[in-house]
Write a protein that binds this ligand. Sequence first.
Ligand code: DOR
Ligand code: ZN
Length: 368
Amino acid sequence: MIKLPGLIDPHVHVREPGQTHKEDWNTATQAALAGGFTAILAMPNTNPPIFDRDTLNLGLGAAKLKARCDYAQFLGAGPQNASKVAHLAKESAGLKMYLDSTFGELRLDDMTLWQSHFEHFPKNAPIVLHAESRTMAAGILFAQLYDRPVHIAHISLKEEIFLIKKAKERGIKVTCEVAPHHLFLTKSDIPAIVGAGLSPALTGRGEVRPRLTVQADVDALWDNLDVIDCFATDHAPHTLEEKDSDTPPPGFPGLETALPLLLTAVDEGRLTLDDIIKKMHTNPKKIFNLPEQKETWVEVDENATYKLRASNMHSRCGWTPFEGMQVKGRVTRVVLRGKEAYKNGNVLAKKGFGKNLRRWDTNHDNKA
Ligand code: DOR
Ligand code: ZN
């Protein structure tokens, strides 16, 4: 048995409010615990998006009632809300800025709109950028111009890891995360993800933003693991009906497959356990300024060998792009703040057990 600290996923699409047919605070946090995560940071591209006091209260209200693991909620940067979100910074996981096209309404095309957020948002509160390729280069330039940290979400390209490496060498305050699907899949896996039974024309199950890449990009990520601060799932559940439609939304679920895939890489000698602890606990805790979760750990059977199956998972979306993949390493038990929260396939933490990590009073209270 291996004991890991409680893992932190800084990038989860919980889908509540508004899209609870895909996922909600109950099912997302069940999936999190089953995947070895004791804290998740929730993205704001819900419906409505979380971008002001009322919508933040809406999201946090649902989380308070339903979450089974600990959490914090991101605010979304919109064209008009720079001073509003700056005032809510302390109550949030941070500010998410969508600088490239993606799922949902939050999008900032014009760099003058980026400017007002960089001017207003407190320097000690996290800013996360969805910024791909050249947009990412512009985002890094903003970090330098405003002399403040930025965290780049889900990097996937060779040119991106190259740029982040160079920026870090220059002392620019940039950190980054990689999602397991960009480490373990390429676009040549899309036919297998789509599955044998479906029309090959329906490639929606392979749609994700950033897109799956080619082997040279995947190799560049593996070759530069030291530049990668965090592994983040970008858990983005959509139903199979939606994924197999003519207008498939992009996104893969990932909470319940990340750790088994990464433990398999440890078994293969491509990664160390220390890498997992750093990139899934120590670094996200530091980057997002999260409190210690006392008496919290994850037990793993490192020898369990099995195939990933959506039918064994807790996410409401009911599918995984990793279906049938052979892995080695299984989460057997999770203890969160002294309580057994998950054991052998069963989530034991009750709805409402999860705490908002941005409420100072809860951070000083170690009891359920
Ligand atoms: O594939 C994606 N899905 N990329 C994103 O940036 C958004 C996400 C979602 O919310 O579905
Ligand atoms: Zn995302």
